[in-house]
Write a protein that binds this ligand. Structure first.
Ligand SMILES: CC(C)(COP(=O)(O)OP(=O)(O)OC[C@H]1O[C@@H](n2cnc3c(N)ncnc32)[C@H](O)[C@@H]1OP(=O)(O)O)[C@@H](O)C(=O)NCCC(=O)NCCS
Length: 155
């Protein structure tokens, strides 16, 4: 199914919703790190993009990417459960990748919880390769799988 939603830069008023969604979609079982103040910091940071997907006025997905000199790091990506598998995650990630390419940044890196097989399959389908495991990356409680994609190879 194709997503019918709009990708746009987040507003300050989205920070609390993004924080809440991160807590239950991504940080389950961990001490929440993506508090509203941290989301607001990324909204202000000129080297970060906080992106949301909206269906009408409803926020249905979000992503945070930080742009460094030669790499971009995907910090967060989430879609509400009732709208998963409808192309919204792909739409958000492709938007950010296009921004990275425009900025001349071709290497995208991310970490995902080792047991999050759905997300690992999602990223694999988006062209990302697994590049190793980081033991205890998530507060010593969970391992991370590092994944990356070289956009120069396909664009
Ligand atoms: C991972 C996540 C962001 C994917 O977003 P999504 O909008 O559901 O994904 P899409 O619909 O864009 O999927 C694109 C492709 O990825 C693959 N994919 C997505 N979810 C998958 C799953 N659960 N199992 C297998 N493949 C999957 C498929 O190839 C899919 O294409 P298809 O539906 O045409 O087969 C979403 O499931 C999510 O928010 N999960 C919870 C939070 C999370 O784990 N975030 C990532 C870690 S930060």
């Amino acid at each position: 199914m194709t997503a019918v939603c709009t990708c746009e830069l987040a507003r300050r008023s989205d920070a609390e919703t993004i924080s809440n969604m991160s807590r239950w979609l991504i940080e389950a079982g961990l001490t929440p790190m993506w508090v509203p103040e941290r989301v607001l910091w990324h909204l202000r940071d000129r080297e970060s993009t906080v992106l949301v997907a909206r269906d009408q006025a409803r926020l249905v997905g979000f992503a945070v990417m930080q742009f460094m000199d030669t790499t971009a790091h995907l910090n967060l990506l989430g879609v509400i459960p009732t709208r998963q598998r409808s192309g919204i995650g792909r739409q958000l990630l492709r938007w950010l990748e296009a921004s990275a390419v425009t900025a001349g940044t071709f290497l995208v890196k991310l970490e995902v919880r080792e047991g999050n097989f759905a997300a690992r399959r999602f990223y694999a389908s988006m062209g990302y390769s697994e590049a190793g495991v980081i033991e205890g990356y998530y507060q010593g409680r969970d391992n991370a799988v590092r994944m990356n994609r070289d956009l120069a190879l396909t664009t």
